[in-house]
Design a protein around this ligand. Structure first.
Ligand code: SF4
Length: 424
């Protein structure tokens, strides 16, 4: 539902967009704020910069360079004092808007519903929003930490999923380029722990859960859980939430419906799962698995200390697809620098073309951004490997893309995956 107001002091157009999942408020097409159904700030857009508030109350700012040829976005987390200032500014903006609305200082110029009822509803929503002052938002950090261990990465199409951590960390945790779970001990939750976790997650989100489209079973490779226990976890999820297919709509009684369950899988344990195993999970609403293939080159995989082979990645993909599931494969652009430039292109094309990928599947190209103190950087320096420039990474990506051959009506989606953009 859209409601539009005209303010006189200062003169501006204010548009409220009330959705079943969130509320957006736009000032003169210059500033836009969005909030979840509990009234917590989600995003803000102003001065061509986007601010995203994470569930543990960090604020990340994103912007693009205006000049042409800038290949990646700029992304930066606000420092604590900048964050407080920013949140306080948004709070004051909303407080002033509530005052204007409650004191009938705004003239309605468009309303999709009964004006008085709508105005009352908006006052209620703004009341909720200003209840989340800076201190209360800051306490979300502890509430989050009581329920979750850090959620460090998701595939881009799952950024708006509801994460349930059946496992914590990564059971391998030794790929040289990967820092996601370095300080995390790998742990598979017991059934009791997982039930408590689900309850905690529900309480943490409250009505904000309606913004979450699907369920993501974390962390890095939750499908490594022995099949019997994994099935029990899937059953628990299906008991706790309503889950349907990807076109799911809210039920008639307004209950929220999730569009399937998603998860990461790795090739070096995933290849042990059979088609029948995957079918059991599909019957419990698993829809797509994401496989960090990185490269089709076994040599490069060794250099990255990833204990998988291209053959295993192929086997997993085949079993997953035969079971009627979809797959997202992730390719690491720039891995192995100049030494592996050509090998990475050729082997990756070979592997991707051998995979039974089609409509509904995704190939993600993820540029490698290793931190200077990573094992990857140390090893690369020891072996005299030079990192690719932005232009070389782009050339590598284009070369792989141009070598892909899929039937015309069975093209997987191809997309860029910049891990620096991830926030939860
Ligand atoms: S890349 Fe995947 S398997 Fe390797 S350490 Fe990171 S999370 Fe674990």
């Amino acid at each position: 539902m859209l409601v539009e107001f005209q303010a006189t002091e200062p003169r501006q157009r204010i548009v409220f967009s009330l959705k079943p999942t969130s509320l957006a408020i736009m000032f003169d097409e210059r500033e836009v704020y969005s909030f979840d159904l509990e009234g917590r700030l989600l995003t803000a857009w102003m001065n061509d910069q986007t601010y995203i508030r994470t569930l543990d109350n960090r604020v990340v700012k994103k912007w693009r360079e205006r000049h042409r040829g800038a290949p990646w976005k700029h992304i930066e987390e606000l420092k604590p004092d900048e964050k407080r200032q920013f949140l306080s500014q948004v709070w004051s903006r909303m407080q002033a808007l509530l005052h204007q609305l409650a004191h009938h200082e705004l003239r309605v110029t468009r309303s999709d519903g009964d004006q008085e009822q709508v105005a009352e509803q908006l006052v209620h929503r703004l009341d909720q929003i200003v209840n989340w002052n800076v201190e209360r938002l800051e306490r979300e950090r502890e509430r989050f930490a009581a329920v979750y261990t850090p959620v460090t990465i998701l595939p881009p199409d799952q950024y708006l999923s509801l994460v349930l951590q059946a496992t914590e960390g990564c059971h391998w945790n030794r790929c040289t380029f990967c820092h996601f779970y370095r300080h995390q001990r790998f742990h598979i939750k017991s059934e009791e722990e997982f039930i408590r976790h689900i309850e905690g997650v529900k309480q943490f989100f409250g009505q904000g859960i309606r913004l979450r489209r699907s369920i993501f079973l974390g962390d890095a490779n939750a499908l490594v859980i022995p099949q019997e226990r994994l099935i029990r976890f899937f059953d628990l999820i299906n008991e706790a939430f309503i889950i349907a297919d990807e076109r799911a709509r809210p039920e008639d009684d307004g209950s929220h419906v999730f569009r399937g369950i998603y998860s990461f899988i790795d090739a070096f344990t995933g290849y042990k799962k059979t088609e029948a195993d995957f079918r059991q999970l599909r019957r419990r609403h698993l829809r797509r698995v994401y496989l960090g293939v990185e490269t089709g080159s076994d040599e490069l995989l060794k250099f990255l200390n990833k204990p998988a082979t291209a053959e295993q990645a192929l086997e997993v993909t085949r079993a997953v697809k035969r079971a009627g599931l979809r797959v997202g494969v992730i390719i690491l652009i720039g891995a192995g620098g100049d030494r592996y430039f050509r090998e990475h292109i050729d082997r990756t094309i070979q592997l991707l073309n051998a995979m039974p990928l089609g409509r509904g599947d995704i190939i993600y190209f993820s540029p490698l951004f290793p931190s200077p103190d990573s094992e990857y950087q140390q090893r690369a320096a020891e072996e005299g490997i030079r990192a690719l420039t932005d232009a070389e990474r782009r050339a590598q990506l284009d070369a792989i893309r141009s070598g892909l051959r899929f039937p015309k009506n069975e093209q997987p989606k191809i997309s860029l995956y910049d891990i620096r953009e991830f926030v939860y």
